[in-house]
Design a protein around this ligand. Structure first.
Ligand code: MUC
Ligand code: MG
Length: 367
């Protein structure tokens, strides 16, 4: 089965509640829908969410690199020639969201062709994941109210709290308010998106220890090499590398250098193929992983849970799977549903998704 075309559709869907964090903010999901077409009529689909503040990609760059490089390089190739396809994709450096969407759409096609879900193809460990909700910057009482609403409506009891503001008190007050509102049963962890220095991070961790957190993510830049190493060495909980470890090589370096002790795996930036390489690397090195969120819509969330549920090590912790709830609408015909704090995998061939043509027409930006 051969690739005949790769289609890219830019679209924009506003958020009802923007997400704010130390490295940026997102008000509208300005993503690119990627569809890989084949000569047997099967079409694979995936989402590319450009994150200029993390990887330098934009909607235009995703469309440009797929249209001018990846589509000509892959057209005519067999969908199952996976190593050769990756060799061609990786002739180009960077562009993680564009590469990942192409990779995941190809897995969608493989699953459809074989009559198996992507989760079963990847490992088939579980049919669901526990869900963690990411709380963006706001006042303590509003973040606590959002967390309570998520718990009461969807059964979510794990929360990733965005931190990294100055003065530190802003975020420490939030964490205290959350602990008080949610009680001891709730799991809280923090993500600084490199907002603090290493010494600010160390001061915050001393306070956070008393509140009870289970992970600390990218509190300071990995490029503050010695400060970060000292921070990670003294950190009482696993220290997660997210945007500083986005390739298999960076993951190895950050674990060996003492820049992190755990890794955030995001299918939006490493697809299924490289996410799996990273996951197995982490298993081999004894580093925990958390399934992260690239501020994904429903299609990106389906991809994260399809991967996360597939392996014991990626399904162990709650995955960040709920932030699509803050979008005003979405593109899937069958919306993603969270129940009892979990998200189920679609037990259908491939990713098991269909795009609603009316919604795509409404939100696409190329007409
Ligand atoms: C996260 O985990 O950092 C915010 C920026 C980004 O690239 O992803 C989100 C969530
Ligand atoms: Mg992060």
């Amino acid at each position: 089965m051969k690739v005949t075309a790769i289609e890219t559709v830019p679209y924009a869907i506003p958020y009802t509640k923007p997400l704010r964090f130390a490295s940026g903010e997102v008000h509208t999901a300005e993503h690119v829908l990627v569809r890989v077409h084949t000569d047997e009529g099967l079409v694979g689909v995936a989402d590319a969410p450009p994150r200029p503040f993390t990887y330098g990609e934009t909607q235009h760059s995703v469309i440009g690199v797929i249209g001018t490089l990846f589509a000509p390089q892959l057209t005519g190739m067999d969908v199952f020639d996976r190593e050769r396809i990756h060799a061609r994709l990786h002739r180009t450096v960077g562009n993680p969201a564009a590469k990942s969407a192409v990779d995941m759409a190809l897995w969608d096609i493989a699953g459809q062709a074989l009559g198996l879900s992507v989760t079963r193809l990847l490992g088939g460990w579980s049919d669901r994941m526990r869900v963690a909700h990411m709380l963006g910057f706001d006042a303590p009482e509003r973040m606590a109210a959002e967390a309570e609403r998520m718990r009461d409506t969807y059964g979510i009891t794990t929360f990733k709290v965005k931190v990294g503001r100055r003065p530190l008190r802003l975020d420490l007050d939030v964490c205290r308010a959350l602990r008080e509102a949610l009680g001891d049963e709730a799991e809280l962890y923090v993500d600084g998106n490199r907002g603090w220095t290493a010494s600010e991070s160390a001061a915050a961790l001393r306070e956070l220890d008393g509140i009870g957190i289970t992970l600390a993510e990218e509190l300071c830049p990995a490029d503050d090499v010695l400060g970060r190493r000292r921070l990670v060495r003294d950190c009482p909980v696993p220290f997660v590398a997210d945007e500083s470890a986005t390739t298999p090589g960076e993951v190895t370096r950050s674990l060996l250098d003492g820049s992190a002790t755990a890794i955030s795996v995001k299918t939006a930036r490493t697809g299924f193929t490289h996410s799996q390489r990273i996951l197995f690397q982490c298993e081999g090195m004894g580093a925990e992983v958390v399934m992260g969120n690239q501020i994904d819509g429903q299609l990106g969330t389906v991809c994260t849970v399809a991967f996360g549920a597939a392996h014991a090590s990626s399904a162990r912790r709650a995955g960040e799977l709920s932030n699509f709830l803050d979008m005003s609408d979405d593109l899937l015909t069958e919306p993603v549903a969270l129940t009892d704090g979990t998200l189920a995998v679609r037990d259908l061939p491939g990713l098991g998704v269909a795009i609603d043509p009316g919604k795509l027409d409404r939100y696409r930006q190329d007409r």
